[in-house]
Design a binder for this molecule. Structure first.
Ligand SMILES: [Ca+2]
Ligand SMILES: [Ca+2]
Ligand SMILES: [Ca+2]
Ligand SMILES: [Ca+2]
Length: 380
């Protein structure tokens, strides 16, 4: 049986907390515990050459073991990349060098869950096989998320791109209206989508120009990237879930140097190997409730006909061929992240790249609820 969980008298929509750096959004049942705040934070890059494209690998661990008294679920943290790094501008008024749904990175986490009101003691790996995908940055073009993010994951015009990728969403605009996100649109938006223990999970990853998120004092830290777990967004309608608590977290994030490697958009509405890597529709995002896998990824037909969430009559009856199958071959597309062009600065930045900055330690148990929680209460 599924149920909705309450904590401290507050109705909580499912809290899958894989995520991350929830800017101002954390509502985990244990994120208010008074515990030592001692995260392990590391960053590495794949290349330190001047001007070279480089993957940025970030690891942030707040503890996931049930015997780790210091484990915590951060309610707020932001990932910074020095301002002299090359990060293309995908703001609404700019010309983004990569297309919607192009793969821009990978993300995985381990989260400690409590299930069905039991003790919070189960570390579960939460993977995102589609990785991070480039998405619209235009706050003037929004759609509402719908129950279980159905509106975001739908593809109403059957063009191979999730509607939540093609459009901004009202959950983000709500945070802007509340002053919790900058009024200026982000320089880049990436999305993450997966199912965790059967529950749909949607994450918006926003990157802002220096000084916009966190104010002028944060300008020297560079570009700020924040991960917003929309399952924990107070503006999101509560959804009953198996998951009733969360209390530990570690994240592995890679922002790719090059964007691409996956088929996307119209390339996913056919049964053709459009990018010539020998595999049809590799890296096409999941459509519906299950992804094709194994031999289903090489048969070049719409194999998962049991997927009731997928429109198998779409695309002239082709359906969605090999949806959700892995990306094959390296990215050869546009630059997504690159080192500074000055050699001296590149060397320095290889040590400083993309620092992980927890911006706030867990609040003591007696502290007031997060700001947005108050807003939600007044609205209901
Ligand atoms: Ca194709
Ligand atoms: Ca291919
Ligand atoms: Ca399919
Ligand atoms: Ca197939």
């Amino acid at each position: 049986m599924r149920r909705v969980w309450t904590s401290r008298g507050v109705l909580l929509p499912l809290l899958v907390t894989l995520a991350v750096s929830l800017v101002f959004l954390g509502r985990g049942g244990h994120n208010a515990e008074a515990s030592p705040f001692n995260p392990t934070l590391t960053t590495s890059i794949s290349s330190s050459g001047a001007g070279a494209t480089s993957d940025i690998n970030q690891f942030a661990n707040w503890g996931t073991s049930p015997v780790d008294s210091a484990r915590s679920f951060p309610s707020s943290s932001v990932y910074f990349t020095p301002g002299n790094w090359g990060i293309p501008n995908c703001a609404p008024t700019a010309s983004c060098p990569y297309t919607l749904d192009q793969k821009t990175g990978t993300f995985a986490s381990t989260t400690t869950f409590g299930l069905l009101n039991s003790q919070c003691a189960i570390p579960v790996g939460v993977s995102f096989p589609d990785g991070m995908r480039n998405a619209s940055t235009d706050p003037s073009d929004t759609i509402s998320p719908g129950a279980s993010f159905a509106n975001l994951t739908a593809d109403t015009n059957n063009n191979g791109i999730k509607d939540g990728v093609e459009h901004y969403n009202t959950l983000l605009n709500g945070l802007m209206s509340a002053g919790l996100l900058p009024a200026t649109p982000p320089r880049e938006r990436q999305i993450l989508f997966t199912f965790a223990l059967g529950t749909p999970v949607w994450v918006d990853v926003l990157t802002y120009d220096p000084g916009l998120l966190g104010g002028a004092a944060s300008t020297p830290l560079g570009y700020a990237t924040t991960f917003i777990l929309e399952n924990a967004n107070p503006l999101n309608p509560p959804t009953p879930s198996l998951i009733t608590d969360t209390c530990g977290l570690s994240n592995n994030i890679t922002q790719s140097g090059l964007a691409g490697g996956n088929e996307r958009g119209a390339e996913c509405t056919n049964n053709v190997d459009d990018d010539g890597d020998g595999v049809v529709n590799d890296g096409c995002s999941i459509v519906g409730l299950v992804r094709e896998s194994g031999a289903q990824c090489t048969d070049n037909v719409d194999s998962d006909v049991v997927d009731s969430g997928e429109n198998h009559a779409a695309n002239g009856g082709l359906g969605w061929v090999n949806d959700g199958c892995p990306t094959v071959g390296p990215a050869t597309g546009a630059v997504h992240r690159s080192n500074p062009t000055s050699p001296g600065r590149a060397s320095s930045s290889s040590r400083q790249a993309a620092r992980v900055m927890p911006t706030r330690a867990p609040r003591p148990r007696s502290s007031p609820p997060p700001t947005l929680l108050s807003i939600r209460r007044s609205a209901t």
